[in-house]
Design a protein around this ligand. Sequence first.
Ligand code: NFS
Ligand code: SF4
Length: 652
Amino acid sequence: MAEAETKSIDNASIRMIEKAAKDGVNTAFDRAEAMKPCPIGMVGSCCKNCGMGPCRVPLPKGGTETPEEKKKRRGICGATAETIAARNFIRMIAGGAAAHSDHARGVAELFLAAARGKAPGYEIKDEQKLLQLALDWGVEIGDRNNQEIAIDVGETALAEFGKQEGELLFLKRAPLKRQELWRNLGVAPRGIDREVVEIMHRTHMGVDQDYRSLLKQGVRAALADGWGGSMIATELQDILFGTPVPILGKVNLGVLSRDEVNIIIHGHDPLLSEMIVVAAQDPQMIELAKSKGAKGINLAGMCCTANEILMRHGIPLAGNFLQQELALVTGAIEAMVVDIQCIMQSLPDIAQCYHTKIITTSPKARIPDAIHIEFDEHNAMESAKAIVKTAIENFPNRGKNIDIPEEQSDLVAGFSHETINYLLGGIYRASYRPLNDNIINGRIRGVAGVVGCNNPRVKHDDVHIAMVKELIKNDVLVLQTGCSAMACAKLGLLTPEAAAKYAGEGLASVCEAVGIPPVLHMGACVDNSRILMAATAMVKDGGLGDDLSDLPVAGAAPEWMSEKAIAIGQYFVGSGVFTVFGVTWPTLGSEEVTKLLFEDFETMYGGMWAFEPDPLKAAHLMIDHIDQKRKALGIDKARERVLYNMEMRREL
Ligand code: NFS
Ligand code: SF4
């Protein structure tokens, strides 16, 4: 027990880590213990970009060297530690931006097929958003029907990926001042694919060997993710599946059922999971489940696919990234259906210890020893039913070694940028005015986006929760996505009741008046683009400066592990937001590269990176930054009144 307790803060996970040990199952928690990170690669000082290497250029022991020694610390090709660290860093951005954007491309292709009537089962669910997007992109509306408009919107979306000239269309959504800044610094992205490819070109042996120039291209590609790929994914998914509105859900392994067929949908792509939701409700399927001795079919989500189907259908969340293996250890999962991203290759191996079938569905993401049932979006319902049927037929194979933890918590999810607008301003005068006013009068100190993964190098969920609790205690409204939102949901932070329990007086008073939690779940990781839109709406509503970098806001990914997290962090920084990462920092091998990211970027972009593994210290870096921005806006005095004036307290 004692040992498992050092690995997670979540009781359900602790219990499954112990069961895994008993069952002889090896998990990421064990592997992280057995294999320590390579100290040279960890800080970005290892290059394997050509066959003369791999080359290692670590700082000498003790960290001091003469300029002469430093000159000699190079790869075979002569690349310096600066070049190597910068190349590694922006290759991570390329990987992350490619993942988000290729997901978006898949959505755009399906969107277009649906508009052309070639993807039965999919339809336009949010007409208003379709028209808004058509307006934003200059697609003719006139008296054309939705289908005609959607075909043009879909074609325009797809063209964003391969665009060779000009700028991405969504850049125009940003505040004018930000657009100007991007143009002046030469980082306004062209086509999404082009920026990713250009990173791969520049980081090839013997091309771009100036770390400043490399990092600039990193910003450009990251912006192509945030204001390109990710935003396209979010917007088109909303049009196809509906823009999320607040919805009650449940989270943690306790959502698994003892007497129903348990199917977990894991990954990131809502295209298939939307259909599985429908297939699992099919009376024929339910009958089939009963004929196999089950009481019904229980769907639950894992990782970002979970967030997508929770927000739109209230399907419960089984858990976040580090719970994927632990879910199998319950022994109660008939099938884990995976699509793309954040899927551990160990799953089929662990599944062998139980009866679970691992089903891969994407031609882009196959795993040996898994069953592959390819998802054909032109025949989506058939694919979905085949998958559900495979799960049902596996129910009689469920063994005796079953333990489903009790833990499950309530949460409210579905705070899209539009919903926040309505909730705060009302349907007839939807606006961010009340949020801005409450920031200006100091009841809300500022806004923080806390997002990102789990990482077994730190105690599971612990860092997220400690940081978010500290922020809301200090009157910072927290916006969340991804695995971070699930971590905090497990503790109950995503309920309206959490305001009275955990939030500072000012923030609690606003949450109680509006009826919202102090921590708002905005969706999957591609939905970090919703945070960009919310921040832009705050700027446009007025009173908080005229650029994103003027806002009293900050971002964090305290347990990050994925390249996608680096791409997200970089587009926040490039958009003017101070962003703190925990766990580890991949450029510490070069002082110059790190200084550029942590310091010089502030004068260039108004936003910069920071690294702080301690969640409380990191929260206070964010709070200090928020206070500095309040001071620059001249609204710092208002907060002092909120804190010290008794009359204002009574009024509250
Ligand atoms: Ni985001 Fe979502 Fe989770 Fe990290 Fe992976 S699931 S896309 S990358 S681990 S938050
Ligand atoms: Fe070594 Fe240069 Fe090749 Fe990298 S590109 S492996 S530093 S020789």
